[in-house]
Write a new protein. Structure first.
Length: 416
């Protein structure tokens, strides 16, 4: 095993001491993650282990993913972690363009290039880099705002389509209900008409079956008695005359009786038909009244649905306006700190980073395993500075004391 596994390059024989020191420090770090003294580490802790080794967290996640073998491996040894780390780093080194180029990475590179130009004194290139940085940032902010706007327009269209489908379903339901109501009303009318026809048929049959009895008047009865008396007395001529007069009177009375019966039947039939017409008109009025009520209910429900949809769209518009304002704040926050934002996206969930950025401020790095540029531990600062305390040599101490005495003498002279 060589130190190049962790340094990303091969080391020569003259680096054996440094190699041994690195191995011992690595073993100490690995001992912190040792699972129950088995000499192995759990796969889910591999990213933290590699982070403590000074590597990026995405690299640790890739190593852990490869070591887990699809979730079938839980524990791995120190050698397996190092070998897999070596293979992943070699693969990334063989693919220099493997990093996904994003606007954040481009902004980060331009920012680094501008800083480098400033350090080198190449201010013309620094000015060009800053101008390009501002142009790229403005274009990216505009693109992000356009994407947010397109997403909101798409969301509003989906809501409008859903409301349109809801209204179509509402109209279809009401149309079906009104069609059923009309069918029920038609059936009611037909049943009533059928019932009226049966009543008229029953009345006609009853009138035909009713016997027509004619009640003889007193005059007719008197003529018949007179006829019989004359016939008994043998006065046939007079009896014949009385009989003809009685027959004529009987015919007239029968005709009058039939006329009265027919008139009574007509009146009863007319009365029955009037009752049936009134019942039919009452049913039609009730149907019309119910139809009008249903139409009013439909109009009220339709207006409520339309108003509810308008309120929903108004609320959605307000929410989208607020989200757009927050998105603008998030875009400005992320674009103003591309390097910080890229590290946060690598470390945290992008959704949580977006929510935090939408509030106008990116979250702190927290437990990220990134370390900024620092001085070596064995660095000795010049001038005797140690932990913020200035240590002077004896000569410097004497000169300082002499200067302090001279200053006091000058102050005393001025006082005299």
């Amino acid at each position: 095993m060589s130190a190049g596994v962790l340094d990303g390059h091969k080391s020569g024989p003259h680096q054996d001491d440094e190699y041994q020191g690195q191995i011992s420090s690595i073993q100490k770090i690995f001992a912190e993650y040792d699972h129950g003294g088995t000499g192995k580490v759990r796969v889910e802790r591999v990213p933290d282990l590699i982070g403590n080794l000074g590597r990026e967290l995405p690299l640790g996640r890739e190593v852990a993913r490869l070591l887990s073998n699809g979730g079938t491996v839980d524990l791995v040894s120190f050698e397996e972690v190092v070998q897999m780390l070596k293979r992943v780093e070699e693969r990334q080194a063989a693919q220099p363009d493997g990093e996904t180029t994003t606007p954040l990475t481009l902004l980060k590179r331009l920012h680094s290039y501008r800083k480098q130009c400033e350090c080198n004194g190449d201010y013309v290139e620094a000015q060009k880099a800053r101008k390009k940085y501002e142009e790229l940032r403005a274009k990216e902010e505009e693109r992000q705002r356009r994407l947010v706007d397109q997403a909101q327009v798409h969301e509003m269209r989906e809501v409008e389509d859903a409301q349109r489908q809801q209204f179509i379903g509402f109209s279809n339901a009401w149309d079906k209900y009104m069609a059923d109501y009309e069918a029920t009303a038609y059936m009611s009318l037909e049943r009533l008409k059928e019932q009226h026809g049966e009543e008229l048929g029953y009345f006609a049959a009853k009138m035909e079956q009713q016997p027509h009895r004619v009640k003889c008047s007193r005059e007719l009865l008197e003529l018949r008695r007179k006829q019989e008396a004359l016939a008994k007395l043998g006065k046939y001529e007079e009896a014949w005359k009385v009989k003809e007069e009685g027959d004529q009177l009987e015919q007239w009375e029968q005709a009058r009786s039939r006329s009265m019966v027919n008139n009574s039947a007509k009146l009863q039939k007319a009365r029955l038909q009037t009752q049936q017409r009134n019942a039919l008109q009452a049913l039609l009025k009730r149907i019309q009244r119910d139809r009008g009520e249903q139409i009013r209910h439909r109009q009220v429900d339709s207006q409520r649905l339309i108003q509810r949809n308008k309120n929903l769209k108004a609320d959605l518009s307000k929410k989208q306006h607020l989200e757009f304002q927050r998105a603008q704040a998030a875009i400005r926050s992320i674009m103003s700190q591309p390097e910080h934002a890229q590290r946060l996206l690598d470390e945290h969930d992008p959704a949580s980073v977006a929510r935090s950025a939408a509030l106008g401020e990116l979250p702190a790095l927290g437990k990220m395993k990134w370390k900024g540029p620092t001085l070596p531990e064995n660095y000795q600062p010049p001038g005797g500075i140690s932990r913020g305390i200035v240590k002077l040599s004896k000569s410097a101490d004497n000169s300082e004391q002499g200067g302090y005495g001279q200053t006091q003498e000058m102050v005393a002279e001025e006082g005299e």
